[in-house]
Design a protein. Structure first.
Length: 313
């Protein structure tokens, strides 16, 4: 539970993971499992007191284009969410400057909003706060951003690692035997989680006998993917990623930019590639080929600058 005692100061620093969904997008909304992984150095916040303790909190994250004063009544969604998290934690709502650093793009399906809400909760509750309390506070802000989020992003942002997530059930950590290398390709296309989730819901309402099996197949892909991960079978995982992308396309949540990225990655030897997150834009991911240099060069020539990461514990 979040403590009820008012806290009048912030801790100097706090961190949260970014996130990438490996398998299970959209089907997770309907009770199927998903696999998500924490991206290191998702967001690091630092806090220092302002000379005027009554001045609104200043929130600045240059990499994400955020430079806001957190005034009560503010209608900017980032400000509203940040104030809601601080309030849920009984933290200060004035007198501090908070600055963030991140190597991840915002609004790209990599969990930027959850990283922000988790890191803000930790600024108040401290680095040793129970992870469930941090997630609970994060969800208060996430509901402002996304309406009725599954909770997956907040869990990954707070815990890191590779997680099996089913809505309403305890999160399970998947014990890796080796790191999973990933290439993350920002498409540069803006997207809305709410819009894409709504598209799937509408298609399911129109065609339940067709769409429910697709959602079930995406859930089955998660279980097969976990088995491949535990065996460190990246070729097998890649094939499952490829199938999952086609299933997500059947839900109408891919986009030409994402399909081009996926096709380029496969053409240059990637064992698997797919969209990640809600779709409609945002990012695609790929398991890198043995020699990733030609794929990286081709992507940069197309104006796309991939992030190279390793998913680990």
């Amino acid at each position: 539970m979040i403590p009820i005692k008012t806290i009048d100061r912030l801790h100097p620093t706090a961190e949260a993971f970014g996130k990438v969904i490996l398998l299970g997008e959209h089907s997770v909304v309907y009770g199927h499992p998903a696999i998500a992984a924490g991206l290191p150095q998702g967001l690091r916040l630092t806090a220092e007191p302002l000379p005027d303790s009554a001045a609104p909190i200043e929130l600045e994250i240059p990499a994400w284009g955020i430079d806001l004063a957190l005034r009560p009544g503010e209608v900017h969604p980032v400000a509203m969410s940040a104030l809601a998290v601080l309030s849920a934690c009984k933290g200060p709502r004035s007198g501090w400057r908070v600055r963030g650093e991140s190597s991840l793009p915002a609004r790209a399906g990599l969990g930027s909003s959850a990283a922000l809400t988790v890191a803000l909760a930790r600024l108040v509750l401290g680095p040793d706060a129970p992870v469930d309390a941090v997630i609970e506070a994060s969800m208060v802000g996430e509901r402002i951003f996304h309406g009725q989020p599954s909770g997956l992003d907040s869990a990954v942002a707070a815990r890191g690692g590779v997680l099996r997530f089913v809505r309403g059930e305890p999160t399970q950590e998947i014990a890796l035997t080796a790191p999973i290398p990933l290439l993350i390709f920002p498409s540069g296309v803006a997207r809305s989680t709410a819009v894409e989730v709504g598209k799937v819901r509408a298609r399911r309402e129109r065609l339940p006998s067709i769409i429910d099996p697709v959602l079930g197949a995406l859930g089955a892909a998660v279980e097969s993917g976990i088995d491949a991960i535990l065996r460190n079978d990246l070729e097998g995982l890649g094939e499952i990623m490829n199938v999952s992308h086609e299933l997500l396309s059947a839900l109408d949540v891919s986009a030409p930019a994402l399909d081009h990225i996926v096709e380029r990655a496969r053409a240059h030897g990637a064992p698997g590639a797919k969209l990640t997150g809600a779709g409609g834009g945002g990012c695609a991911i790929a398991l890198p080929p043995a020699d990733p240099a030609p794929l990286l060069a081709a992507s940069r020539a197309a104006g796309i600058h991939p992030l190279q990461v390793e998913v680990w514990r």
